[in-house]
Design a protein around this ligand. Structure first.
Ligand code: EPU
Length: 308
């Protein structure tokens, strides 16, 4: 089945198709077992065709960007994993309107907008990942959220049709959005504001310095592991106060710099990270009676594993 699916994708698209590709090559953690089929489409049409073929074969289709918010199981992922990194890369700027395809790295989009003196995204500088992941997570930092200046999002729906959603069709809240699970985000438009360079750089500098001072940027991580449970309680503070900074399982470690960042010191396995996740969750529940919710997305795990 997988072999015939592979042949079909090769026959009908110009995508690069790899069997049993280790996902550790495609996540910022550097962790993850093999994807049965890993596909790098070379164009938007390739992407759409690959999704359609995968769905026709009734195989699970998983889309990834730069793998910056993912913990992928050591057992890997069944079906087709498609990276949008090389196929959805366009940025177009017209006055205050910015059109960006969802495989564009967020920081690139921010820097391009800043070159045009456009304000509104600069607080997000340094947030890792592609625009697609940022929209799904409603990424935020230093008081800004990606959904703030958003106007429209172009998606491929479960029937493989392209649809244009306006912002009012989508509910955004803290690190969450209402996109249907089967929707694949293709592109978005933003309306930013022409502003003096200095005022944009002021925000940019605060965000960049803040991130550098508080987060372990020189280590392999997936950003914040847990969402903050409320505006009063930050997950990092709670894990820190539970005494877990520096706690490690194998090469996976709760960062000494920021306790909501777990780092891979070399050869950490997904199971090691999962053990840290459970340890932190249990310790915070025990000490503060607060249930931490994951911000990092788990892929390829048996869901039961997280409810243990
Ligand atoms: N703190 C500790 N110990 C720690 C870490 C933090 O006591 O180990 C304390 C800090 O001293 C501070 C409070 O906890 O008083 C909050 O920490 P911080 O300012 O670092 O912010 P955060 O709530 O941990 C959030 C976002 C980040 C975003 C920053 C800046 C979440 C889960 N995290 O972090 O987003 O960059 O604010 O706006 O919402 C991400 O989502 O991946 C992410 C990195």
């Amino acid at each position: 089945m997988i072999d015939s699916l592979k042949e079909k994708i090769i026959e009908q698209t110009n995508a690069t198709v790899l069997a049993n590709e280790s996902m550790s090559n495609h996540t910022t953690y550097g962790i993850g077992g093999p994807a049965e089929l890993f596909v790098l489409p070379s164009s938007k049409q390739d992407l759409i065709d690959t999704v359609r073929i995968g769905r026709d074969y009734k195989q699970p289709v998983t889309i990834i960007g730069s793998g910056s918010n993912l913990l992928i199981s050591d057992n890997g992922i069944k079906g087709v994993v498609i990276s949008i990194k090389h196929c959805l890369k366009e940025i177009r700027i017209d006055e205050e309107k910015v059109y960006v395809e969802c495989g564009v790295i967020l920081s690139k989009m921010i820097r391009e907008s800043m070159k045009h003196n456009l304000k509104g995204l600069e607080n997000l500088i340094g947030v890792p990942g592609t625009l697609g992941g940022a929209l799904i997570m409603n990424a935020g930092a230093w008081g800004g959220e990606i959904s703030e200046n958003l106007e429209t999002v172009e998606i491929l729906n479960e029937k493989n049709k392209i649809r244009l959603l306006s912002k009012k069709d989508i509910d955004f809240s803290y690190r969450s959005s209402s996109f249907a699970k089967e929707s694949i985000l293709l592109a978005a438009t933003f309306k930013l504001k022409k502003s003096p360079k200095e005022s944009i750089h002021e925000n940019f500098d605060v965000a960049r310095a803040g991130r550098k001072n508080t987060q372990p940027l020189n280590y392999r991580s997936a950003g914040s592991v847990f969402k903050n449970p409320s505006s009063k309680h930050s997950a990092g503070m709670l894990i820190d106060q539970a005494g877990l900074k520096g706690f490690s399982v194998g090469d996976a470690e709760i960062s000494n710099k920021h306790a909501n960042f777990f780092v891979n010191n070399g050869s950490a396995k997904a199971d090691d990270m999962l053990a840290l996740i459970k340890k932190a969750k249990n310790a915070v529940k025990e000490k503060f009676n607060i249930d931490l919710e994951l911000e990092v997305k788990l892929l390829g795990f048996d869901v039961k594993e997280m409810s243990e």
